[in-house]
Design a protein around this ligand. Structure first.
Ligand code: ARG
Length: 563
């Protein structure tokens, strides 16, 4: 039910203004006593050459008020008060009919959106920043699909670069095969860190590393074999995290995928006279745009990260003909993406403007920045397991007799983490705090999931009540506010994809949970004499569950029936 368009259509016959213009002017008043929607008449006053309060008054006398409790003028405003019962009835029946599809739309029909997310580096730990990227990307993936787009999820693995030469050298010197099989990333990280320590004492190691990377680039059998093995072992580890999170990708085309596509990029840049020499390297000069140059070939002729991203963007345009090409990557890479997008623009690609860096802040744990350098890292899988473990402790305390506690703890523990990452606007730094994150009250994942489970437990105590529901008595402010909140899922999703900001939906689901708890704390659902009211409240509760489920699903969190 789109009230703004209904209202616009009722106003239109009496004024000199287009329907869409009227609709754009309609506001949501700041206070409930000013109604649910308001139409300001100032703009009309100009075109109709009449005082705005006179227009408002005339409109209030003539407008068709069917479906509204009342339509009043107040100064230059026309205030619309919804018929609460009709509204609530309408919205819950829409939710019941659409079910898992409630909130979906078709605005993106026929358009592809490429989303590059997670994108961890082979042989390096999947760190917390990658988890944020994974959570945001997965949420956007789901939301774009829900709005009718076709999302393409790309895991742009960091599987190429000089570090693989170093790793091969380190492997040959120090690998412990047993540890490599048991805990591959820890072992690969150990020898990589050792390489750096040793190279400080003996710089010739760096040359050896370069030599191995050269071999790898030339397709040397042994080097390639080792590189493939590192990739395979790492992917297996990453997959554990993706399984825990329920995340999938349509493509794992990582940096190495573009090896045979970069020569063409270099030639094209040369042809278009964009390549200049700078200290032996080949770069695109971006001085004019107040940016350092975008390096394409290093002085030894090797391509780098940016070269691969230019090739990847072109490949994505050719392959998916995207409407949007999104990169969910930390804000420390802002300059890199600005340079890449500018270079694409200079190459003459108008679609450069459809490329979008969706950046996010740092995750802070206690008071230090998480980093993979120097081996000072927190392993994500451990972190997820810790979250699950702590959740299990809480459940053991609160609800020791709960069935399949482990399964519940997994969904709630993992959900709590995702929720924390998606709660605030993404540019803000995230401060990691177990107690806050796992709390059952406050704006947390467990709070929303607990609200859902509690509502479900009410529904389990009763049968189907659709037929006897009497909405005419469901007019308290708590019931009406809840119904109004339920009606806003689609709006939240569309705003979230517009701003590439999943937190809009996370905040929304917090609002739903709060509105439900407010309703539930002031009205009994089951202990009501009047069968019609009781049935209507049950239907409202069921609709609330559906909306929480849909919204949580969009941010990648599963609901639990009991908790
Ligand atoms: N592998 C990179 C990192 O861990 C992120 C890659 C992001 N995607 C891209 N197309 N550059 O920092």
């Amino acid at each position: 039910m789109d009230y703004k368009s209904i209202i616009a259509a009722r106003i239109e016959p009496f004024v000199d203004m287009e329907l869409t213009a009227i609709e754009r002017l309609i506001e949501i008043p700041p206070r409930a006593d000013m109604g649910d929607f308001a139409f300001p008449c100032f703009q009309l006053a100009k075109v109709m050459r009449k005082a705005p309060n006179i227009i408002a008054k005339e409109l209030s006398e003539n407008i068709n008020n069917e479906g509204f409790e009342k339509i009043e003028c107040l100064g230059a405003y026309l205030n619309f008060f919804l018929d609460k019962a009709a509204f609530t009835k309408g919205i819950v029946s829409e939710i019941e009919t659409k079910g898992d599809n409630y909130g979906a739309s078709e605005v993106g029909q026929g358009k592809n959106v490429v989303i590059d997310y997670s994108s961890p580096n082979i042989a390096k730990p999947f760190h917390v920043g990658h988890l944020v990227s994974t959570s945001i990307g997965n949420a956007l993936y789901r939301m774009f699909n829900f709005a009718g787009y076709n999302s393409v999820g790309v895991n742009h693995l960091g599987d190429w670069g000089t570090q693989f030469g170093k790793l091969i050298s380190a492997y040959k010197r120090w690998i412990d095969e047993e540890s490599l099989e048991k805990d591959p990333i820890k072992e690969l990280l150990r020898i990589y860190v050792k390489f750096h320590d040793e190279a400080e004492k003996d710089p010739s190691l760096e040359d050896e590393g370069r030599m191995y990377f050269k071999k790898l680039e030339e397709g040397d059998a042994e080097a390639t074999e080792l590189w493939k093995r590192f990739t395979k072992l790492s992917l297996k580890e990453f997959q554990k995290v993706y399984d825990m999170l329920g995340v999938k990708f349509d493509s794992y085309a990582g940096e190495s995928f573009y090896n045979d596509k970069m020569e063409a990029v270099v030639l094209e840049l040369k042809d278009k006279e964009l390549l200049v020499e700078s200290n032996g390297a080949r770069v695109v000069d971006l001085d004019e745009y107040n940016m350092p140059p975008c390096i394409i070939l290093k002085s030894d002729g090797a391509t780098i990260y940016a070269t691969r991203d230019i090739a990847a963007a072109k490949y994505r345009k050719d392959t998916y003909d995207f409407a949007q090409n999104i990169y969910v990557v930390g804000k420390d890479q802002s300059l890199h993406f600005k340079q890449v997008f500018k270079t694409l623009e200079l190459m003459g690609y108008s679609w450069a403007q459809d490329c979008r860096h969706v950046s996010f802040g740092l995750v802070k744990f206690a008071d230090r920045k998480l980093s993979t350098r120097k081996g000072e890292v927190i392993f994500l899988e451990d972190l997820l397991k810790e979250s699950i473990g702590k959740t299990l402790e809480i459940i053991n305390e609160k609800n020791p007799s709960l069935e399949n506690k482990e399964e519940v703890a997994e969904k709630v523990g993992v959900g709590a983490m995702i929720f924390t990452y998606l709660k605030n606007s993404r540019e803000r730094d995230i401060v990691f705090d177990w107690e806050e994150m796992l709390s059952f009250d406050g704006e947390t994942g467990p709070y929303v999931q607990y609200t859902y489970a509690r509502a479900k437990s009410i529904l389990r105590k009763t049968e189907d009540h659709n037929a006897s529901a009497d909405f005419s008595k469901l007019v308290s402010s708590e019931e009406f506010e809840l119904a109004k909140t339920l009606s806003k899922l689609q709006e939240a999703v569309l705003l979230a994809i517009d701003k590439a900001e999943p937190s809009v939906v996370t905040r929304y689901v917090i609002d739903v949970a709060k509105a439900f708890n407010k309703f539930y704390n002031s009205h009994s659902v089951l202990n009501v004499e009047d069968d019609g009211i009781k049935a209507a409240r049950i239907v409202l509760t069921r609709a609330t569950c559906q909306v929480i489920k849909n919204a949580l699903n969009l941010i990648g969190i599963q609901t639990v029936e009991k908790m």
